[in-house]
Design a protein around this ligand. Structure first.
Ligand SMILES: *[C@@H]1O[C@H](CO)[C@@H](O)[C@H](O)[C@H]1NC(C)=O
Length: 318
């Protein structure tokens, strides 16, 4: 195993990797002229600036597939997140989403801000999807179907055990890892990675965000769902909200460290996944978010600030 062992034995090698993160932010983006592709890349910038930057690492064919994949999943996410949609309306949309992407006329209005625009102009995403190769379309369809079914299963369900936490993260993020591996393979640029490693790539990023965003999520109005598993936080507090109060600082940090330790269990798989990649552009695309996540977790560990404000890495900071 190439870089996994190397990074452990020579942690200073993380610095050139961190430089990639900085370099990627300097790349200028041009929007394609066709309206659907122009919409897709402009929307990508509006819903995730950082993803819009890393995606520029990829060659044009794979980049288009990954862009559409991301927008389809964000649209699915918008449906899942919109608490104003009654469950009996929401569930069939989640379950049927993988069919709607083939339909230029399908439309469902929900969400807010950029996500509302994404939903209202979803036909552009469908048109872009239909221009992808068959193998890319099939990979996106399969993952969209499985994610929609997983979201439907977890609707109105609290995350209790660590096994449920892993299962939920599998649906919303592990499947993204599986899908990307399928897209890389369909482009004939990589061997197909084992599902367990692809899953870990997604779980590590998702768990890092769930940890970092504790305060933002707990203070959200209307109340957003929380994904810290009860079996972890109940060792430290009676209610998850109690962790944000100053007087519970000690217990809160112990709980945080428990959560970080759980997330770190995925790092070995992530390094193994990265060390098996052959294509340098795909390597950069995959490595940048993982390096950012490792840095974010290092910043969160033992840090009571997670319960006071947003802990974010500054640009160019190691
Ligand atoms: C993205 O945001 C910019 C700036 O607010 C806006 O001009 C543009 O229309 C948005 N793109 C899409 C596809 O909505």
């Amino acid at each position: 195993m190439g870089i996994a062992k190397e990074v452990v034995q020579h942690p200073e090698d993380l610095i050139p990797l961190a430089k990639l993160v900085v370099a990627s932010k300097k790349i200028k983006m041009q929007l394609p002229a066709e309206p659907h592709w122009g919409f897709a890349y402009s929307m990508l910038q509006n819903v995730s600036r950082s993803f819009a930057l890393v995606i520029q690492q990829l060659g044009p064919e794979l980049r288009n597939a990954v862009c559409v994949f991301y927008l389809v999943l964000r649209a699915l996410d918008t449906v899942e997140d919109d608490t104003s949609i009654p469950v009996d309306i929401k569930v069939p949309i989640l379950l049927g989403f993988h069919e709607h992407i083939y339909d230029r006329d399908w439309h469902f209005s929900c969400g807010t801000n950029a996500y509302k625009v994404l939903m209202d102009k979803f036909h552009f995403v469908a048109v872009a999807f239909l221009e992808l190769s068959k193998s890319h379309q099939e990979a996106i369809e399969d993952i969209t179907m499985r994610m929609g079914a997983g979201m439907a299963k977890f609707i109105c369900k609290e995350v209790e055990t660590v096994a449920e936490y892993n299962e939920y993260c599998h649906y919303v993020a592990g499947l993204v890892g599986l899908g990307l591996s399928k897209l890389f393979h369909a482009s004939r640029l990589e061997r197909l990675a084992p599902d367990s490693l692809s899953n870990s790539m997604g779980l590590f990023l998702q768990k890092t965000n769930i940890i970092r965003d504790y305060l933002e999520d707990i203070n959200e109005i209307p109340k957003s769902r929380m994904f810290w598993p009860r079996h972890i936080w109940s060792k430290y507090a009676n209610k998850l909200e109690d962790l944000k109060h100053e007087e519970n600082s000690l217990k809160a940090v112990q709980c945080l460290n428990d959560m970080v330790t759980d997330a770190l269990a995925h790092v070995q798989d992530c390094l193994e996944y990265l060390s098996d990649l052959k294509d340098p552009a795909i390597f950069r695309f995959c490595a940048i978010p993982q390096i950012m996540a490792i840095g974010t977790l290092a910043l969160c560990y033992n840090n009571a600030e997670v319960f006071r404000g947003v802990v974010k890495m500054r640009r160019g900071k190691k």
